[in-house]
Design a protein around this ligand. Structure first.
Ligand SMILES: NC(=O)c1ccc[n+]([C@@H]2O[C@H](COP(=O)([O-])OP(=O)(O)OC[C@H]3O[C@@H](n4cnc5c(N)ncnc54)[C@H](OP(=O)(O)O)[C@@H]3O)[C@@H](O)[C@H]2O)c1
Length: 291
């Protein structure tokens, strides 16, 4: 961007924003890391600030004494996430923000659809610079969230995706696209469907992990009704459970079976393979059985 203003990263401590923060720090961009905890990472040019999508007073504090020119938007995990985020976009425009980069998802259309679709649809009505990131399923779902405990403790991955394939993508590749969308001189003003380099079923992932970890990891394929029960048991809101379960069925039906060159085109680098990702993560011990 032509200005030297601060870049605000909402979801600042999350998987994607934390990796964008590292890239911005290395590039010398002043960066505000916004999350409810307000954690400040050990990175030069970065400062943490307490920020809650449901508490506009925290938005005011984030903007005090800071000239923010670009914002990365990670909506709260709520099926009705658009109203607070769209209200924040208006608030931020009034305070000089020129560019917005939204983290959405591959299966969410840019305009008519649920959740983040209602934010991207709103952005398109405004005279602002923008990019909409639409990544597929993250590789980090196996190492940081969702599937990590069952791989570590039960040697299994449970989904309702059947034999459907997914072009799993690394959060570092999503972050690299986000970094360019936030900082390139010329605004992207488009959406990027961000995919990894190969199509893999969850059984393929289980076979790869079996090979790497030297113990049998199994993909347990269940029905959409059964995955609803599992998602509900971990305390997700009923509407979110419904949306996530429907996405698993969409994968089963082949909705994610596609590849593209978005990461290469935007960043100049090929996206990471799942094998390279697993090799990197193995050293952290997240899949090792506890004694
Ligand atoms: N995982 C996937 O496979 C996948 C695929 C496509 C798209 N996505 C999308 O990616 C997004 C999640 O990104 P991520 O995985 O990078 O994030 P994440 O690791 O889930 O972290 C969420 C971040 O949001 C913050 N947060 C949560 N509730 C908040 C609130 N009420 N107010 C302010 N901040 C809040 C959290 O920090 P605090 O808790 O400190 O506030 C944290 O920084 C979601 O929109 C998801 O739909 C995910």
């Amino acid at each position: 961007m032509s200005t030297n203003g601060t870049i605000l990263l909402t979801g600042g401590t999350g998987k994607v924003s934390s990796r964008i923060a590292s890239l911005l720090s290395a590039n010398g961009n002043p960066t505000l890391i916004a999350s409810r905890s307000g954690t400040t990472p050990a990175l030069t040019h970065c400062r943490g600030v307490k920020f809650d999508w449901y508490d506009p007073d925290t938005w005011t504090i984030a903007f005090s004494n800071t000239s923010i020119t670009a914002a990365f938007l990670v909506a709260p995990p709520d099926p009705d996430c658009a109203p607070p985020v769209n209200k924040f976009i208006d608030f931020a425009i009034d305070r000089g923000v020129k560019r917005f980069v939204l983290l959405s998802a591959s299966l969410l259309p840019v305009e008519d659809g649920p959740m983040m679709s209602q934010i991207s649809k709103y952005l398109l009505t405004l005279k602002v610079e923008y990019a909409i990131l639409r990544p597929t399923w993250f590789m980090e779902n196996f190492s940081e969230v969702q599937h990590q405990p069952s791989i570590q403790n039960e040697d299994r991955i449970v989904t309702a995706t059947g034999k459907g394939k997914v072009p799993f993508v690394a959060a570092s590749d999503i972050a690299a696209v986000g970094f360019h969308a936030l900082t390139d001189e010329v605004p992207h003003n488009t959406d990027h469907v961000i995919l990894g380099p190969e199509l893999l079923s969850y059984s393929d992932v289980a076979a790869l992990l079996t090979n790497k970890l030297n113990r049998k990891i199994t993909h347990v394929s269940i029905s959409e009704e059964e995955i609803v029960t599992i998602f509900s048991s971990i305390g997700l809101a009923p509407d979110l459970v419904k949306a996530l379960a429907a996405m698993e069925t969409a994968i089963r039906g082949g909705a994610e079976e596609r590849l593209n060159d978005a990461v290469l085109k935007v960043t100049g680098k090929k996206p990471k393979t799942l094998e390279a990702f697993v090799d990197e993560v193995m050293g952290t011990g997240v899949w090792e059985k506890k004694a």
